[in-house]
Design a protein around this ligand. Structure first.
Ligand SMILES: Cc1cc2nc3c(=O)[nH]c(=O)nc-3n(C[C@H](O)[C@H](O)[C@H](O)COP(=O)(O)O)c2cc1C
Length: 302
């Protein structure tokens, strides 16, 4: 199993270098607990939660597992009031963020491992300068909102983004975007990533509790990146509702557009690999991903 035994495992305190990507308004604490219990890193999707709800979610994961887990927050100006105080008080083993830069210093002083999200090598460098412990490289394939924060919303595919980030920074790089199986994991590790972050793959586990309509939409429509639903570019299933919004007037600024769009119908976020989602329990999925990655690496090396 040496392929999967990367230094990131030691940093995060996990058996497998797999992160369950945080998914605001979608991934419940029970999913994070199940993923951590299976030997990977579960994430509390804290970005959109009030301080009170964030604390409750963290405590829910803690009561279900003694394994390490992450808490995700949005960077300023989208950081919710009191969220960082809750993280510092509750001291989860890992804190991740997206949409910008959260000062890692107070978190690291509290013994929390800090992960930042980059969509370009330049953003990875900025995060390393800020002092994060590792960088999640979010490729163009990723479901959900783009984490970009340094001018524009570039869509760099993962096979280009990972090597450019690995070259640009000395902290570990975690690859995110369109990874659905062990072959995808082995491919990302071969590019120099020390771990992977999977969002959409976990949407299909019963522990995620995602409505059937969401999974069906991901199976039956291509995904597309657009700001038409929330006012910020994100990847989701191109349903008739989303197509209509894309053809309509320019979106209001993030996040105000969401209320306008929600009146037309639901949003189903997911990555480019969504059609390959497998409905397996978390424990089974994590074990399968690990076994497939090792097998893929063996056949590649030959
Ligand atoms: C439904 C959904 C919600 C998401 N919400 C968040 C979030 O709250 N915070 C965050 O850092 N990333 C969020 N993301 C992006 C993920 O962190 C990650 O980049 C993405 O899931 C990786 O691509 P994949 O879905 O193809 O695996 C979200 C993704 C999805 C699909």
């Amino acid at each position: 199993m040496s392929l999967l035994d990367t230094p990131l495992c030691g940093l995060l305190g996990v058996r497998y270098p797999f992160v369950q990507a945080p998914m605001a308004n979608t991934a419940p604490p029970g999913l994070a607990a199940a993923v951590s219990g299976a030997g990977a890193l579960g994430s509390v999707a804290g970005g959109s939660l009030s301080a009170e709800k964030l604390r409750a979610a963290i405590r829910e994961v803690r009561s279900a597992t003694d394994r390490p887990f992450a808490v995700n927050v949005f960077a300023p100006p989208y950081l919710r009031d009191g969220a960082l105080d809750v993280v510092l008080e509750e001291q989860p083993p890992v804190c991740s963020f997206t949409f910008g830069v959260v000062d890692p210093e107070p978190l690291r002083e509290a013994g929390i491992v800090v992960l930042g999200t980059a969509t370009t090598a330049e953003e990875a460098e900025a995060l390393e300068r800020a002092g994060v412990d590792a960088i999640v490289a979010q490729g163009a394939e990723a479901g959900g909102h783009r984490g970009s924060f340094l001018g524009g919303f570039p869509l760099v595919p993962l096979p280009k983004l990972v090597p450019s980030c690995v070259e640009a920074v000395s902290v570990p790089v975690v690859a995110a975007g369109g990874i659905m199986d062990g072959a995808g994991i082995a491919g990302a590790l071969r590019l120099g990533a020390q771990g992977v972050s999977l969002g959409t793959a976990f949407l299909f586990t019963p522990e995620a509790g995602v409505p059937r309509a969401h999974l069906e939409a991901l199976r039956s429509h291509e995904t597309v990146v657009t700001d038409a639903y929330t006012g910020r570019p994100m990847r989701a299933a191109r349903t008739p509702v989303l197509a209509e919004l894309m053809a309509g007037p320019p979106a209001l600024p993030f996040p105000d557009q969401r209320a306008v769009a929600a009146a037309k119908g639901p949003l189903y976020m997911g990555g480019t690999g969504a059609a390959r989602g497998r409905e397996l329990g978390v424990g089974e999925l994590v074990r399968l991903l690990a076994a497939e990655a090792v097998a893929a690496e063996r056949s590649a090396s030959g």
